[in-house]
Design a protein around this ligand. Structure first.
Ligand SMILES: Cc1cc2nc3c(=O)[nH]c(=O)nc-3n(C[C@H](O)[C@H](O)[C@H](O)COP(=O)(O)OP(=O)(O)OC[C@H]3O[C@@H](n4cnc5c(N)ncnc54)[C@H](O)[C@@H]3O)c2cc1C
Length: 405
C-alpha cells in the first residue's frame, strides 16, 4: 500500500557517508531519515580502514574511547613487499592526531556503532530494506524519493535529498548529474582464506611484476584482494583454479597449505574498480556526497574516510539552515566547493598509484622497485608524506555543526 512521509532531510544510502551525515544532522536537531536498501550492514566487500582523520572526528564527538573498545587492529606503519623486497611506505607515528594509527575494523561494526549512537537522537530514523527507486520532482526541484519497502512503495518528501548511495548511485543517475570517468586499468578479486596461528604478522600488500595481492587480517581469516587487469576475470577463469592458487602462493608462500580452500569460483567475487567524479554535485533540492559524487579506488584505503569528510562538511555548512527551512542551490554548491579539491587531489594520487606502482606501467624491469618506492626506502623522512596524505588527507574537516542534544 502506498504511504507518504514528510521530513526535513532524506538520505539515500546507509554507508559511511550516509550514516555520518544522518548522525550529524540528528545531533544538530534536523529531522532526518536514512534509507538503506539492505537488511543489515554485513557485506564483506567494503573497506575496513578507519584512518586517523576519522578517529580524530570520533574524538571530537566524544565517542573515541567507546569506539576503540570495539574489536580492531591498530596499524602504525604501512609496509609492502614489492618485487620480493620488504619496503616501508608510511609511518603514522608522528601525525598530529590523538590516534597515530589506522584502525582496521569491519565496516559493519563501524556502521552499527555509529547508527546505534545516532538512534539516541530523537530526530534520527534509519529505515533498513528501504531502497530508493526514483526521485520526485516539482517545478524542476527535487522534492522527495520513491522507496521500495518489504511492505510496498513509499513516498518520502523532504527539503533536502542527499545521495549517499555509493558508486552505482540511483540518485545521481535520476537527477541527471553528469559524471566524468577516469580510466582504471584494474579490478579486484575478493576472497577468504583461513588464518593459522603461526601466520606472519599482517602484511598489507605484496606487489610483484605489476600484480598485487592484499591481505587483510579479519581475526579468524584473511580477506584477500587480488588485483587483476580490468576485464581479465574470464581469462583467469579459463586458466583454471589451480593456476589462481599458484598465483596466490607465489605472492605469499605461507598460504600454500590452504589456497585449495578456493575450490569453486563462487568463493571468488569480482569487484570492479572505478574512479569518477560528478561535474556538479548538486541541483535544486538535492546533493550527492561520498562515492555517489566521486567513486574511489581502493588505493590508499581512503574512500570511507573521504566519504566521512564529505558528510562532516555537509553538516557544517547546511545543518544550521536546514533546521529552520530549506537550503538554496548556492548553499549546496558550497559543499562541492569545499570538498572538490581534496577529492581531485586524492583521485589524482590514486591514478598515479595505479599507473606507477600497481600495474608497473612505468617500471622497466619487473624485479626492480618503482622510483617512488625506492625514495621511500632511502629517505625515512619521506614516509611522513604518504602518512599525512593517507592518514589525514588534504583539508581535514572538524565538527562545526550545532549540537542541540
Ligand atoms: C574493492 C574495493 C575495496 C575498497 N577498500 C577500501 C578500504 O579498505 N578503505 C577505504 O576507505 N575505502 C575503500 N574502498 C572505497 C570505499 O569502499 C568507498 O569509497 C566508500 O565505501 C564510500 O562510502 P559511501 O558511504 O559514499 O558509499 P558506500 O559505502 O557504497 O555506501 C552506499 C550505501 O548505499 C546503499 N544503497 C545503494 N543504493 C541504494 C538505494 N537505491 N537505496 C538505498 N540504499 C542504497 C548501499 O547498500 C550502501 O550501504 C574500496 C573500494 C573498492 C571498490
Amino acid at each position: 500500500m502506498d504511504e507518504k512521509l514528510q521530513t526535513r532531510c532524506v538520505i539515500a544510502g546507509g554507508g559511511p557517508a550516509g550514516i555520518m551525515a544522518g548522525y550529524l544532522f540528528a545531533r544538530a536537531g534536523v529531522p532526518v531519515i536514512v534509507l538503506e536498501k539492505h537488511a543489515d550492514f554485513f557485506r564483506d566487500f567494503r573497506g575496513d580502514t578507519i584512518h586517523p582523520s576519522t578517529l580524530e572526528l570520533m574524538y571530537e564527538l566524544g565517542l573515541l574511547d567507546e569506539f576503540l573498545k570495539q574489536s580492531h587492529q591498530e596499524v602504525r606503519e604501512l609496509r609492502a613487499v614489492v618485487n620480493g623486497q620488504a619496503v616501508p611506505i608510511a609511518n603514522f607515528k608522528k601525525l598530529p592526531t590523538h590516534c597515530k594509527f589506522i584502525a582496521f575494523m569491519p565496516q559493519w561494526d563501524f556502521l552499527n556503532f555509529l547508527s546505534t549512537h545516532a538512534k539516541e537522537f530523537p530526530s534520527f530514523r534509519l529505515l533498513m530494506q528501504h531502497e530508493v527507486v526514483d526521485l520526485l520532482f516539482e517545478h524542476q526541484r527535487t522534492v522527495g524519493v520513491r522507496v521500495k519497502t518489504p511492505g510496498g512503495e513509499l513516498e518520502i518528501h523532504a527539503d533536502l535529498i542527499i545521495g549517499a548511495d555509493g558508486r552505482h548511485s540511483i540518485v545521481q543517475a535520476h537527477a541527471g548529474l553528469e559524471r566524468q570517468e577516469f580510466g582504471v586499468a584494474i579490478d579486484v578479486l575478493w576472497m577468504h582464506l583461513s588464518k593459522k596461528q603461526d601466520d606472519p604478522q599482517q602484511t598489507l600488500g605484496f606487489f610483484q611484476g605489476g600484480k598485487l595481492l592484499v591481505l587483510l587480517d579479519r581475526g579468524e581469516y584473511w580477506q584477500c584482494g587480488f588485483v587483476i587487469p580490468k576485464g581479465g576475470f574470464d581469462a583467469i577463469k579459463a586458466r583454471g583454479l589451480q593456476q589462481l592458487h599458484n598465483d596466490i602462493v607465489g605472492f605469499a608462500g605461507f598460504l600454500r597449505n590452504r589456497a585449495a580452500e578456493l575450490d569453486d569460483w563462487s568463493k571468488i567475487k569480482l569487484l570492479t574498480v572505478q574512479i569518477n567524479r560528478l561535474r556538479h554535485w548538486c541541483c535544486e533540492g538535492l546533493l550527492c556526497i561520498g562515492d555517489s559524487a566521486h567513486a574511489m579506488s581502493p588505493a590508499g584505503g581512503v574512500g570511507i574516510n573521504l566519504a566521512i569528510q564529505d558528510a562532516v562538511a555537509t553538516a557544517n555548512l547546511l545543518a544550521g539552515k536546514l533546521r529552520t527551512g530549506p537550503v538554496s542551490l548556492d548553499d549546496l554548491r558550497k559543499v562541492q566547493a569545499r570538498r572538490e579539491w581534496p577529492t581531485r587531489l586524492i583521485q589524482a594520487m590514486q591514478v598515479f598509484v595505479h599507473r606507477h606502482v600497481v600495474t608497473g606501467q612505468t617500471s622497466q624491469r619487473k624485479d626492480s622497485l618503482p622510483l617512488v618506492v625506492r625514495l621511500l626506502k632511502w629517505f625515512p623522512v619521506l614516509r611522513q608524506l604518504p602518512a599525512r596524505f593517507i592518514g589525514i588527507g588534504p583539508r581535514p574537516e572538524h565538527f562545526r555543526s550545532p549540537n542541540t542534544v
